[in-house]
Structure formats: structure tokens, C-alpha cells
Design a protein around this ligand. Structure first.
Ligand code: NAP
Length: 249
């Protein structure tokens, strides 16, 4: 993949896990990276430090992307610091697992706002600039739960499936403007989000993964790096599952 000299990339939720790996990968490829976080300031600074240590450019930007005004402010802050966002990776996400029968409205609403509405907020705030320059790359983090559903995750699966419809609609709206919009659907990836699963549950999951292991954040980062590259100009409205073969058909 060719080096992308100086393109501005915003990765939401880049303090930890998959977002961190995406930010570091894009930094290594020559993007100037905005590392967004909500509350993990030290971890976000460490991500930016890793990028700078490898000779890249990075800056940290605190914002709660589940709030539309904060999401708008984030895009403005990045534009002021680095220039208009050309590559937007909507990665930030949370889980609030519960069986549907017991799911509280706050568990439903928090997950929908953080995992789905945030993609609308950030994309809307970024897209005008992309249309003006006739270049843009949007990648949103879905999940195998959005493809197949998952017991205990009706809220999460609904948000992640919603991302697919949202991304495909955006892709159709701006396809003629040099802007692509795609989704990545990771399977089980070794991050804080999955670390609290009991060992027997983890072993059961691994038995369902043909490749026989959890994904690493870097496995997902490579797929994102492809989708945002110049080489992926003809790929839009797609979902790439990075799941060790879990959902192959
Ligand atoms: P993680 O380790 O829990 O990290 C979540 C990241 O999102 C953190 O950087 C966190 O920031 C940020 N974040 C959460 N709420 C936010 C908000 N309101 N505003 C801004 N940032 C916010 O999660 P992960 O496993 O890397 O997951 C990343 C994405 O991949 C999520 O969308 C997740 O649903 C998806 N995914 C993960 C897996 C998996 O197995 N891990 C599988 C499929 C899909 P702070 O550090 O500041 O809290």
C-alpha cells in the first residue's frame, strides 16, 4: 500500500484497542492522525506518542462522539489543528449487554447513540469538506453481531446492523464525488471490550472461529488501512468481515 503523504485522518475512540491500532497504522503510513478519546487521556497521549516516535504526526482530541455538538466540535478542532478531515474512521463503541427481556432504556439508548448516532454525527460534520475537495474516505466499525445477531446484545447488534444501512446510503449519496464509505465487521478481537469474558465463554468462541484464535487489533487496522487508501477508490458500500472466517458463507 502506498504511503499517503500528509492526508488528515480522524480515528474516533483511538485511545485503546482497535482504534489505537488503526491510528498507529495510519500514522505509520504517513497520514496526519487525530486521536480521539472520551476519558482515557493518558492512553490517547500514549497512542499519539507512538505515532510521533515512529516519525509521524498526531494530535489528541477529547470529545464524546455520542453528543452531536461535541462531534461537530471535534471535526472543527481537527480542521483547525491539521486541516479538514479527509479520512474518517468511526471506531468508538461501547457494549451494555443484557438479555432483551431485561434491557433497560438507558442500555438501549447509550449503545445506539454511541455506536450508531455518532457515525451520523461525525460523517455529517465531515462530509461537506470532503464534497468540496472531491475526496473522502469513511470507514465505520460494525461487528459480526451486526451481521448475525448475538444473544444479550440486541442493542449492540441493532446499532452495528444500522451502521451497514447508514454506510451504504452514504456511499450511494456521494459515490460520484470521490468519496467512499465502507464498514469493517470484526469478529472477536483481543481488546478491553472482550477481556472480561469468562474463560469458558472465550474457549467456546474460539471453537467457532475457523482460524482458531481471537483477532488482534492490528488485523482490523490493516483492513481499515486498505479501505482508506487511494488503491481502494473503486470499493464503496462494502462490508469487510475481519473475523477469522467466523461468518463465511
Ligand atoms: P475498547 O477497547 O473498549 O475501546 C473503545 C474506544 O472507544 C476507547 O478508545 C474509548 O475511549 C472510545 N469511546 C467509547 N465511547 C466513546 C465516546 N462516547 N466518545 C469517544 N470515544 C469513545 O473497544 P474495541 O474493542 O477496541 O472496539 C472498537 C470498535 O470495534 C467498537 O466500535 C466495537 O464495537 C468494535 N468491535 C469490537 C470487537 C471486539 O471484539 N473487540 C468486535 C467487533 C466490533 P476512552 O478510552 O476514552 O473510553
Amino acid at each position: 500500500m502506498s504511503e499517503q503523504h500528509g492526508r488528515v485522518a480522524l480515528v474516533t475512540g483511538a485511545s485503546r484497542g482497535i482504534g489505537r491500532a488503526v491510528a498507529i497504522r495510519l500514522g505509520a503510513l504517513g497520514y496526519r492522525v487525530a486521536v480521539n478519546y472520551q476519558s482515557s487521556e493518558a492512553a490517547a497521549k500514549e497512542t499519539a506518542e507512538v505515532i510521533r516516535g515512529a516519525g509521524g504526526t498526531a494530535f489528541t482530541a477529547q470529545a464524546d462522539i455520542s453528543d452531536q455538538d461535541e462531534a461537530k466540535g471535534l471535526l472543527e478542532a481537527v480542521a483547525k489543528e491539521l486541516g479538514p478531515v479527509e479520512v474518517l474512521v468511526c471506531n468508538a463503541g461501547i457494549t451494555r449487554d443484557n438479555l432483551l427481556i431485561r434491557m433497560k432504556p438507558t442500555e438501549w439508548n447509550d449503545v445506539i447513540r454511541t455506536n450508531l448516532s455518532s457515525v451520523y454525527y461525525c460523517t455529517q460534520a465531515a462530509i461537506r469538506g470532503m464534497i468540496k475537495t472531491r475526496f473522502g474516505r469513511i470507514v465505520a466499525m460494525s461487528s459480526v453481531a451486526g451481521l448475525a445477531g448475538n444473544p444479550g446484545q440486541a442493542n449492540y447488534a441493532a446499532a452495528k446492523a444500522g451502521i451497514l444501512g447508514l454506510v451504504k446510503s452514504i456511499a450511494r449519496e456521494v459515490a460520484s464525488r470521490g468519496i467512499t464509505a465502507n464498514a469493517v465487521a470484526p469478529g472477536y478481537v483481543d481488546t478491553d471490550m472482550t477481556s472480561s469474558l469468562p474463560v469458558d465463554v472465550k474457549e467456546g468462541i474460539i471453537r467457532q472461529i475457523p482460524i482458531g484464535r481471537y483477532g488482534m487489533p492490528e488485523d482490523v487496522a490493516h483492513a481499515v488501512a486498505y479501505l482508506v487508501s487511494d488503491e481502494a477508490a473503486y470499493v464503496t458500500g462494502q462490508v469487510i468481515a475481519v473475523d477469522g472466517g467466523m461468518t463465511m458463507q
